[in-house]
Ligand binder design. Structure first.
Ligand code: ATP
Ligand code: MG
Length: 253
């Protein structure tokens, strides 16, 4: 990471890769996580590696939802810990949320490593206790294993870098799900209550800043903002941006 030249035109993207690779070497990121990052990068390239207007609207709605929540929980996987570990703790503090490690490629060893890594960054008092365990009904993957006082009890779950199956099942349990996913076509994006189509490294710092800014606003005002937000419409706007960019680029030369 030391010899990554800051002047390199792809510096920010390369830095993210380095963080993911470093996470992989530490046993935090699963090998499949490297592939997930690549899929995200491809969409980010198409989006111009910028936070779009619809993403900003989705971030605003998410901030309102988190501030209105009674039991918000942030679900963390290896990639999220490696890319935005510190920011996750800041967000937990800003919205009064618990943090729970939840993995698709789950091993107790990796889960513990991620928890230790988050604790080393200051997460201790925010971590949901390991026991007793609960199960998300209808879900077959390892992601079904959750903490009773964490994701199981949550009314709002934040799932940066999520898997579509669990989003669907959390919604079936009556929870609201906020996802950050660069792919607007994924099942996660299509099923979430609020989808922020953006890179987590950009979206989460913006979310922290906005949440802090509107924290003391009247609750009814937050409710009105949330009511005016339409996720399907927002996803359509994002897809329209992608279409426009592709057409514009294909007309070059
Ligand atoms: P789904 O399970 O929702 O149908 P999928 O199987 O295509 O989606 P997964 O492999 O489960 O995707 O999860 C990876 C997702 O995370 C991809 O949609 C990818 O675009 C997205 N992603 C990867 N890295 C980032 C990142 N840094 N920021 C935001 N999204 C990302
Ligand atoms: Mg998936």
């Amino acid at each position: 990471m030391n010899n990554l030249p800051k002047s390199h035109p792809r510096y920010i993207s390369l830095l993210q890769r380095e963080k993911i690779v470093e996470g992989f070497r530490k046993g935090i990121v699963a090998p499949q996580g490297l592939i997930a990052q690549g899929r995200g990068e491809a969409f980010d390239y198409i989006l111009g590696e910028k936070t779009t207007r619809p993403a900003k609207k989705a971030i605003k709605a998410s901030a309102c939802l988190f501030l209105l929540a009674r039991h918000p929980v942030i679900s963390v996987n290896g990639n999220a810990a490696a890319l935005i570990g510190k920011q996750i703790i800041k967000l937990a503090s800003a919205i009064g949320a618990k943090i729970e490690v939840n993995l698709f490629y789950r091993t107790e060893k990796r889960k513990e490593k991620i928890e230790k890594f988050l604790i080393s960054l200051g997460a201790k008092k925010f971590l949901a206790k390991k026991t007793p365990h609960a199960i998300i009904p209808g879900l077959k993957s390892e992601r079904r294993k959750v903490s009773q006082e964490g994701i199981f009890k949550a009314d709002v779950v934040f799932v940066p870098l999520e898997d579509g199956d669990r989003t669907e099942n959390l919604i079936k349990m009556g929870k609201k799900v906020v996802a950050v996913d660069l792919n607007p076509f994924s099942r996660t994006s299509q099923k979430a209550s609020i989808t922020v189509v953006d890179n987590v490294v950009r979206a989460v710092p913006l979310l922290i800043g906005l949440t802090r800014k509107i924290k003391n606003e009247n609750k009814n005002k937050l409710k009105v903002s949330l009511k005016n937000y339409n996720n399907k419409k927002n996803l359509k706007e994002t897809i329209a941006i992608i279409q426009k960019r592709l057409i514009k680029t294909s007309l070059l030369n």
